[in-house]
Ligand binder design. Structure first.
Ligand code: URA
Length: 440
């Protein structure tokens, strides 16, 4: 006989392991409305304090994944997906996906919108005039067949359990639990149907996981769940103590992605994008790490990845001329150069503050129905470890919001930077380690 919700809450509160039937009963009961928010909140809080074992996390993830549509990608053969746990200025998908596709991988990608201080791939792509992220199943498959990749928004019925549980976690202080984050992310990845998954797990001031240790725990939990579900999974731990590249905000990030695909982007962004694309190729069984790295590098340098990106834009209804003329992307009404009030070396960047500032300038939403300004955001002229003189420009802010106080916004940007006078220029190591769930 299945335990009651009350008994299940008490069991977890006392630190005991829940059975698969109990977890399925909770997920199905909560999605159907039979289990009320107050009981689910109590259970989520008990999970925050007493955690879940690897088996419980896998059961929760699978129950959530099966709560709605499971995408059938079998017409495409072996498919590989990538997922970032969320960062600031994170446009890696826009570069790594066309690189992997240009090397022959199949990348049918379902992406999300911005969440909290972090940006979302769908919002970035929608800054391209006429670009559509709402694709029918048939169009999605056709475009991947033709270009190797397509990027669409999540369908309405993809993991309804996560939509409901995430909204509850957001307002009950239960977001920061590794098994809950793991099941939220991996349920969506499993339901999206790819056979291989590369997880970009970020740590640092702009990430949900603030320390490398927490990020590693999350990465290992996600790789384990992926393995138990029969998928080929790898996780890359990446540093989010500085934005990736220099641009934060939708059209600014598309421009930077195009520059990187043309070979003239920031070095850190190019390095990370090649590493993620190479890992996607490894997971897709294209050979050794060294070979996949060389393939990815060649696809970028030869312009093949840029051509793949151009074709994908065209097939998704967007104007492919943005590749050659980025002035076709939206432009902000106001611009403010931010001058440094200190001299020295940038020793720390509070990326969460930078993400929130970009959101305030109009690049993100405070509530889910807020419209966004695709041209708004921040272009950093200096980054972590750079020297800066008093009065030197460190960033440019962009916004079209009527009445926006750009000077106050400039003060907020300065407050996000720690500049020390006796600091040394430092090299930032973007990739901490790769955790493989497969033998390559
Ligand atoms: N991203 C998600 O999709 N879920 C979480 O719980 C955290 C980040």
């Amino acid at each position: 006989m299945t335990s009651s919700v009350y008994e299940i809450i008490i069991k977890k509160k006392r630190g005991f392991e829940l059975a698969r039937e109990e977890i399925e009963y909770i997920v199905n009961g909560y999605v159907s409305g039979e289990i009320p928010d107050y009981q689910m909140s109590a259970l989520l809080m008990a999970i925050c304090f007493n955690s879940l074992s690897a088996e419980e996390t896998a059961c929760l993830t699978l129950a959530m994944a099966h709560s709605g549509d499971m995408l059938d990608l079998s017409p495409l053969g072996f498919c590989v997906d990538k997922h970032s746990t969320g960062g600031v200025g994170d446009k890696i998908t826009l570069i790594a996906a066309p690189i992997a596709a240009a090397c022959g991988a199949r990348v049918p990608k379902m992406s999300g919108r911005g969440l909290g201080h972090t940006g979302g791939t769908i919002d970035k792509l929608e800054s391209i005039p006429e670009f559509s992220t709402e694709l029918s199943y048939d169009d999605f498959i056709r475009i991947v067949n033709e270009t190797g990749f397509a990027i669409a928004g999540q369908t309405a019925n993809l993991v309804p359990a996560d939509k409901k549980i995430y909204a509850l976690r957001d307002c009950t202080g239960t977001v920061d639990s590794i098994p809950l984050i793991c099941s939220s992310i991996m349920s969506k990845k499993l339901a999206s149907g790819a056979n291989g998954i590369v997880l970009d797990v970020k740590f640092g001031s702009g990430a949900f996981m603030k320390t490398p240790e927490e990020a590693e725990k999350l990465a290992k939990a996600m790789v384990e769940v992926g393995k138990l579900a029969g998928r080929r999974v790898s996780a890359i731990l990446t540093d989010m103590n500085a934005p990736h590249g220099r641009a934060i905000g939708n059209s600014l990030e598309v421009i930077e992605a195009i520059q990187t695909l043309k070979g003239s982007g920031p070095a850190d962004l190019e390095e990370l994008s090649i590493a993620v694309a190479a890992e996607m190729l490894c997971v897709a069984g294209r050979g050794s790490e060294k070979k996949c790295f060389k393939l990815a590098e060649k696809a970028l340098k030869s312009g093949m990845a840029l051509d793949t990106f151009r074709r994908m834009i065209e097939l998704q209804g967007g104007n492919p001329r943005v590749i050659d003329d980025t002035s076709l992307l939206p432009c902000a009404a106001y611009e403010e150069e931010v001058l440094s009030d200190k001299g020295g070396v940038i020793d720390e960047m509070d990326c969460e503050k930078l993400g929130l500032l970009s959101l305030e300038l109009g690049a993100g939403r405070k509530t889910k129905d807020d419209p966004i300004d695709h041209a708004a955001g921040i272009l950093m002229l200096k980054t972590l470890g750079d020297s800066v003189a008093v009065g030197e420009p460190v960033a440019v802010l962009y916004s079209s919001r009527p009445g926006i106080d750009m000077r106050a916004a400039a003060d907020k940007l300065r407050a996000a930077l720690t500049i020390i006078s006796n600091g040394k220029n430092k090299n930032v190591n973007n990739i901490l380690k790769i955790i493989k769930g497969i033998d390559i």
